[in-house]
Write a protein of this length. Structure first.
Length: 247
């Protein structure tokens, strides 16, 4: 048998090894439907898993992979690349752009037409903390909008007076940076991350987004990383990131 074959073990044994519960108690957890493998609930005892590759969770809490070292990457996502680990339609994803042995996942999302900073990691705790609404992690964007928004318009945006899908947005920092022809560059800092939020607010205010680039998440800045390029976060950056969400 070649070394590339997965090493599969029974699910309850893997749970017991990970210190979740005794093997008998782990069997009960499985039968109660409290265990998922790669997002799918498994209730069959003896179900085989590869603990190094499969994502196993109990009550939504992911089991750490055995002896897999934590990896923290920063990528400058180009436009038209999907912020996902994989795509059933075969489109290029952020994971396709990075080359590491470990299985990493993007933290949060950046829509298809947006570009800029994406963090990827296999550290489930950190990813969960960074994306949780309660963490209020700042995300900073450079945004080119159509037209020239008035000060009154920007004040509405700053105060969170624009509703998306019936809910007002949280207050945001919105600054005018410079004009580019008939368009305006804005700096926008959010602490809430609703889907397509900037695009929806800008459109509602009559200034649709022409270009959107994320340049910072918490303490981590994009810097001079070119589109499509990535690097490992250094230990100081990882420490700052963890501190920002009190890990």
């Amino acid at each position: 048998m070649g070394s590339s074959h997965p090493v599969e073990e029974r699910l309850q044994k893997v749970l017991a090894h990970a210190g979740v519960a005794s093997r008998r108690a782990s069997e009960t957890l499985i039968e109660q439907g409290r265990v998922t493998v790669n997002g799918q609930t498994v209730t069959v005892l003896g179900f085989k898993v590869d603990p190094r590759r499969d994502v196993i969770a109990v009550d939504g809490q992911r089991l750490p992979r055995p002896s897999e070292k934590p990896v923290y990457l920063i990528l400058n996502k180009p436009r038209d690349v999907l912020t996902a680990a994989s795509d059933d339609r075969g489109r290029r994803t952020v994971v396709d752009l990075v080359e590491v042995a470990e299985r990493v996942y993007p933290v949060g999302r950046l829509d298809l037409r947006s570009e800029g900073l994406v963090l990827l990691t296999n550290d489930g705790d950190l990813a969960e903390k960074l994306t949780h609404p309660r963490s209020h992690v700042e995300k900073e964007y450079l945004v080119l909008v159509a037209g020239r928004p008035t000060t009154a318009t920007l004040i509405r945006w700053r105060r969170g007076e624009v509703e998306i899908e019936g809910r007002p947005t949280a207050p945001a920092i919105v600054e005018r940076l410079k004009l580019e022809g008939e368009n305006t560059w804005l700096k926008i800092i959010l602490t809430e991350g609703r889907k397509r939020q900037i695009r929806d607010v800008a459109k509602a205010l009559g200034h649709p987004v022409k270009r959107l680039e994320r340049v910072r998440i918490g303490p981590i800045k994009l810097g001079h990383l070119k589109p499509g390029k990535w690097r490992h976060l250094n230990p100081v950056e990882v420490e700052q990131l963890k501190r920002s969400v009190k890990l």
